[in-house]
Design a protein around this ligand. Structure first.
Ligand SMILES: [Zn+2]
Length: 313
């Protein structure tokens, strides 16, 4: 009985990953949608239903702070969408794009870097992100994409422009090893990158330096920095408030506890995946059972938790 269930789970997993592979990303169909979240702060996101990795909106969300002092952008989407992103920005403002900040290294957030750097934007990011882009193991990209200004885990870097104060708050290795949260003090909004998501289960990119422990710490820092009414804007999914972080963190703790228990019982990763430890949450996590990586986003999350706990980090 148990082996039949395992076989079914394996078949379902294979079918899901095959459907993910066969669905290629058609950039031509993706449009960039603009939402104004404050008088001079806008969010740009791709059309829903076209990006198999992000069914809710293609690619990563972009922030645009516009005004007489020029434009500051947060993240730069897939490279293939850079022209459409630029067109969307130009519908907001004709001012020069002076600064581009990356929340983290993934290509749905940094792909457009080179395009905007060549237009004169100075790119800011964590030292770890810059090093990640320069890694010889990585396919060689356009050198213009590499951040020019980098910073570590110290005090936030602050921009003062367009009547706004923008804080680049470094976050310990969470979704990746080089995450930054970007706070707009007057707009009372924080772009939190991908260390929180409400479409699919949490994604800890261990290969790019992410960690479970850092993700929990990042959530704690966000709760400290945010006020109750601050809008928290993730790289993917819907805008949330501070209170929404609590059940999210509780879910991560609970799943961590269950995986830890199974590891203590000597279970293998396959056993832990077959135990479906996310099942109490599956109905409340949209996209949780959709393909992500080699399996579902639940499988990916459990695998990451297992690897980190097993590694004793
Ligand atoms: Zn990401």
């Amino acid at each position: 009985m148990k082996s039949a269930r395992l076989l079914l789970a394996a078949l379902a997993w294979a079918a899901l990953s095959m459907s993910a592979r066969s669905q290629a990303l058609d950039f031509g169909k993706i449009e960039i949608i603009t939402d104004q979240v404050a008088p001079n702060l806008y969010m740009l996101s791709g059309t829903a239903g076209l990006d198999p990795s992000h069914e809710d909106a293609a690619g990563g969300r972009i922030g645009v702070l516009a005004g007489p002092d020029g434009i500051l952008m947060v993240d730069a989407q897939y490279a293939e969408l850079a022209d459409k992103v630029l067109a969307a920005i130009r519908r907001i403002s004709a001012a020069p794009i002076r600064f581009l900040v990356n929340t983290h290294i993934h290509r749905d957030h940094t792909g457009g870097n080179a395009k905007f750097a060549k237009m004169g934007a100075t790119i800011f990011a964590r030292e770890e992100l810059r090093e990640g882009m320069r890694d010889p193991a990585r396919p060689a990209g356009d050198p213009a994409a590499i951040p020019v200004v980098s910073y570590g885990m110290g005090e936030p870097v602050k921009f003062h422009m367009n009547g706004e104060i923008v804080d680049l708050v470094p976050v310990r290795a969470a979704h990746t090893g080089g995450d930054t949260m970007i706070r707009f003090e007057n707009a009372n909004a924080i772009m939190i990158g991908d260390y929180y998501r409400n479409y699919g289960y949490p994604y800890i990119d261990i290969n790019n330096g992410g960690s479970l422990r850092g993700m929990l710490e990042a959530l704690d820092i966000t709760m400290k920095v945010a006020r109750a009414d601050t809008r928290l804007i993730p790289g993917h999914g819907t805008i949330i408030k501070r209170a929404d972080l609590i059940p999210y963190r509780d879910m991560i703790f609970a799943i961590q506890g269950k995986v830890q228990q199974l590891i203590a019982q000597g279970r293998t990763l396959q056993d832990v995946l077959a135990a479906h430890v996310t099942s109490p949450y599956d109905s409340t996590v949209p996209g949780g059972l959709l393909p992500a990586g080699a399996g579902t986003s639940a499988d990916r999350f459990i695998t990451e938790v297992y690897q980190e706990l097993k590694g004793g980090k």
